[in-house]
Design a protein around this ligand. Structure first.
Ligand code: SF4
Length: 402
């Protein structure tokens, strides 16, 4: 777990081996940006690098390029890659990169690239997102935007348009769903994932959002013949939607992201969720999900570390204490929070912020593991495991004590 944290925080600097690995690996969404004065064998300002790397024991970690890091990758596809630390404190550890799957170069029967059909792979998890546009973008109340403060990925735009997603409309075009089904069939045939995760942008009307996810889950289950576990990663949903999702056996787990603990922080950080659903209703929805699916099948992703932004006035200790209070409360309701490291743009250059963020994240990870152990809880491996959790450490910690 320490290596993973270290790599997440330090990043990895560019080497020719890392660049060559990108030729056969799943590409990173963020290109490597060379710092001025950094050795640059490419001649360009940026370079493509792999997205995800597996350590020798199977631990998955995101690759973040950083020219100031002492971590570097050497070797080749033929001879094998090794991660090493130029300080010489570590031995060179064999690593591998998440490969670019064959289906990503294929097309659907109507000639559409499968790589643009709405499926991403995070290790052994297939993430389905055919409605990425979030309706909180573009909504304003009292002069403020309704989108979550940290969110850069939900803006409706070209990405949403090519899926035919329309504002205020739950239904997606048949062509979108047909392409999704064909692509998912190819994914399942090539190398079946161990988890399927349905996500999408939020809708202003949670009942409509429920309808969208029910339809999506039905389409996925039509071709999910080996019953790979499916999780619904929508916003909180009303009672009728939950009853249908559960009663018709459409999903095996749910994850409604509260993002932060405490109503005042929720209102500031996730104003759209607070305005259109509400903190209390969000928690009620999670609790109802526990009554249906049972404890251990209901999750809530949290943005770990956003509380340290100066706007919220919390010290590192106060932020960790508040997050752990939330973890204990949610666990006692049968809901398991999952903490994803919040790595703000520009943090890499702010050493003070990085060290506070690291202290917070370690205190939270260790404290939360103790809470799970005291209650006999662990993350259900049908929902998530160490082979797909690339920015989270719960599954890594759970397996060290299993
Ligand atoms: S609900 Fe928040 S985090 Fe999710 S897409 Fe919308 S703005 Fe982004």
């Amino acid at each position: 777990m320490r290596d993973k944290l270290q790599i997440l925080f330090d990043g990895i600097r560019y080497t020719e081996s890392l660049g060559r690995a990108a030729e056969h690996a799943f590409p990173n969404y963020y290109p490597y940006r060379f710092k001025s004065g950094e050795p640059n064998p490419t001649g360009g300002d940026t370079a493509t690098i792999p997205y995800l790397m597996s350590l020798e024991d199977g631990t998955l970690v995101r690759v973040r390029g950083d020219g100031a890091s002492s971590w570097e990758v050497k070797g080749s596809a033929g001879a094998g890659y090794r991660l090493t630390d130029e300080s010489g404190e570590r031995r060179a550890e064999p690593v591998s990169f998440e490969p670019l799957p064959g289906w990503m170069n294929r097309t659907t029967s109507d000639g559409w690239p499968m790589s643009r059909a709405g499926i991403d792979l995070h290790g052994d998890m297939a993430v389905i997102n055919v409605a990425p546009g979030c309706e909180y973008f573009g909504e304003r109340r009292d002069g403020g935007s309704m989108r979550c403060t940290f969110c850069a990925y939900g803006a409706p735009g070209e990405r949403a348009r090519h899926f035919g997603q329309a504002r205020g409309l739950a239904e997606l075009p048949d062509t979108t769903l047909q392409r999704l089904q064909e692509t998912l069939t190819a994914v399942l045939e090539e190398a079946p994932p161990r988890h399927i995760y349905l996500v999408g942008g939020s809708m202003l009307d949670w009942a409509l959002e429920g309808r969208r996810f029910i339809e999506l889950a039905r389409k996925v289950q039509e071709i999910n013949r080996h019953r790979v576990p499916v999780a619904c990663g929508s916003g909180a949903l009303p009672s009728e939607s939950l009853t249908e999702l559960h009663g018709d056996g459409l999903v095996d787990a749910v994850c409604f992201n509260l993002e932060v603990w405490s109503e005042p922080l929720f209102a500031k950080i996730a104003p759209g969720k607070n305005h259109f659903v509400g903190y209390r209703r969000w928690i009620d929805s999670l609790e109802q999900a526990v009554r249906l699916w049972g404890p251990g099948r209901v999750y809530s992703a949290m943005v770990a570390g956003i509380e340290l932004e100066p706007d919220y006035g919390l010290s590192t200790d106060e932020a960790a204490e508040l997050a752990l209070e939330g973890a204990a409360d949610l666990c006692d309701r049968g809901v398991l929070p999952i903490y994803s490291l919040y790595f703000p743009v520009g943090a890499a250059g702010n050493l003070w912020h990085l060290s506070e963020l690291r202290a917070y994240f370690e205190a939270l990870a260790v404290g939360y593991r103790a809470l799970r152990m005291a209650r006999g809880l662990s993350i259900w491996d049908g929902f998530m495991c160490h082979r797909c959790a690339y920015m989270q450490v719960e599954c890594d910690l759970d397996r060290t004590v299993a």
